[in-house]
Design a protein around this ligand. Structure first.
Ligand code: TYD
Ligand code: MG
Length: 474
């Protein structure tokens, strides 16, 4: 029998294992991402002739398993994202760009929880003095958090696998941890995976909640080990635009609660401050007076269970280039291309020779197709130079044939708009129901139901009463 190779090559981007080195990973097409790893021991192929397996017992779906206890940090923005508190024995991965504020957030969470539960903060990135300086800056020096600086997983496991272990353990970051039985350097896929595995196994056994911090590569995946996302119960991303003060904690996977929930924070001199009314923040510096410019539309969106109003800005201008520029911040560029194509093909707008810039104000990233209509409204508004009527929100999905499709949670969106003083809404027409007709709703927001994208464009064309005429530029 041929001897098994002692080495294998693991892609640091996607975790794929290759028997031979090559310049490019076959599974994710990344260049120079393969790193040699020496296998600890060779595993026999298949089950081999080892011991006979035990029979496994099956059970019914119903049983009286008690709900695991949850630990609330008394930070509503954080607790909502975790699905109502951290679960005993669960593992949470908090990913984000370096410098976005992960350590600051977790230091604050640790301090809040430490009053009620034993909490340990293990940092592999900063020395104890640095951590103390941060705690002092945050005004948290008196919180009974157990602090240490360590990177060897064997030491950490030995320390935590003892009576009186803490209820919450924070590891900052998983990329700095290493298992000494592996030869590869800390931060490689093998080290990150094995370290996480050991720590998660211990968390399940001893019943503490484990929070792992993971850095994100510039492509936006948690550095190399996307494998980590499968191993943990909850994946949270901490995001924010450089130059903006606010940060969004987003649940992308949660075995104990809804995904897609967001928590909004603002980075201040004294740490992260919770923002309980994000709409007011995202619309904060919007100019809603008489001098409002064309090209802006307010989108009534949903982030998880919460409505969020956000301004979408477009600039459509004749291009001096052969290939017009298309730039998008905060939205999907493929989706913008689709809206532009529908506006051209179905509504006859000549946008082909125009540069198009689209910006979601405030640094929020929108993923909902419901933003289509608001994007289209801002584009048409910029193109025609006619501003949208004041205090109007827009939402609806657009189909390729130019139809405006209904979206979920219309009532919640309208209620939020009404709460923030908006008086009008452009919404999809609900077919086959009397609901959705023009007229005031109980939220005191008068709605204009649109069936097709043409209906929206027509509002700008012929000076519909709902739309103010463009200011004359003589
Ligand atoms: P940090 O939590 O160290 O980021 P990460 O752990 O994600 O790498 O945050 C670092 C940034 O936050 C740094 O640029 C300084 C800023 N910051 C504040 O603005 N206010 C504060 O109170 C603290 C502690 C940090
Ligand atoms: Mg940090």
């Amino acid at each position: 029998m041929a001897k098994r190779p002692a080495s294998q090559y693991v892609c640091q981007e996607c975790g794929a294992v290759h028997p031979k080195w090559s310049g490019k990973c076959d599974s994710c097409d990344a260049w120079n991402s393969l790193v040699e790893e020496v296998q600890a021991e060779s595993v026999p192929k298949g089950l081999g002739a080892g011991r006979k397996g035990r029979a496994i017992e099956f059970v019914g779906l119903k049983g009286d398993t008690p709900q695991p206890p949850r630990w609330l940090a008394d930070m509503p923005e954080f607790d909502r994202v975790t699905g109502g508190g951290l679960v005993q024995g669960s593992a949470v991965l908090v990913g984000g760009d370096p410098g976005i504020g992960k350590s600051t957030l977790l230091m604050q969470v640790a301090a809040k929880l430490a009053g009620k539960h034993g909490t340990a903060y293990i940092s592999g990135e900063e020395a104890v003095e640095q951590l103390r300086l941060r705690a002092a800056r945050l005004g948290l020096s008196d919180a009974p958090v157990k602090l240490t600086s360590a990177t060897n997983v064997r030491d950490i496991v030995a320390t935590l696998d003892a009576p009186g272990a803490p209820d919450l353990v924070i590891i900052d970051s998983i990329q700095t941890m290493f298992v000494d039985s592996l030869e590869s350097a800390p931060g490689t896929v093998a080290q990150v995976r094995t370290s996480a595995q050991e720590l998660i196994r211990l968390a399940k056994r001893r019943g503490f909640a484990l929070i792992l911090v993971g850095h994100v590569t510039k492509e936006g995946t948690i550095a190399g080990p996307r494998v980590l996302e499968h191993m943990v119960d909850t994946v949270l991303y901490f995001e924010g635009e450089r130059g903006h003060q606010f940060r969004i904690l987003r649940a992308v996977k949660n075995r104990f609660g809804p995904a897609d929930e967001i928590g909004v924070f603002e980075m201040t001199d004294g740490g992260l401050k919770e923002i309980s009314n994000p709409s007011a923040l995202f619309l904060g510096d919007r100019d809603d007076g008489e001098g409002r410019e064309a090209g802006s539309a307010v989108f009534a969106g949903m982030e998880g269970s919460r409505p969020v109003l956000v301004e979408i800005q477009a600039l459509v201008a004749p291009s001096s280039l052969g290939t017009p520029r298309r730039a998008v911040v905060g939205w999907d560029s493929g989706r913008l291309a689709m809206i532009l194509a529908v506006l051209e093909a179905r509504c006859g707008l000549a946008l082909g020779a125009c540069d198009v810039y689209l910006n979601v104000a405030g640094g929020l990233r929108i993923g909902e197709p419901a933003a289509d209509l608001a994007v289209a409204a801002s584009l048409v508004s910029s193109h025609t130079g006619v501003p949208l009527p004041p205090e109007t929100v827009v939402f609806g999905e657009i189909g390729l044939s130019g139809e405006v499709r209904p979206v979920s949670r219309t009532d919640v969106r309208l209620k939020e708009a009404g709460k923030l003083g908006f008086t009008g809404a452009f919404v999809p027409k609900v077919r086959g129901k009397s609901k959705g007709k023009d007229g005031p709703t109980k939220e005191a927001v008068s709605i204009k139901a649109l069936d097709r994208l043409d209906d929206l464009v027509a509002l700008f064309d012929d000076g519909h009463p709902a739309v103010r005429p463009a200011r004359s530029v003589s």
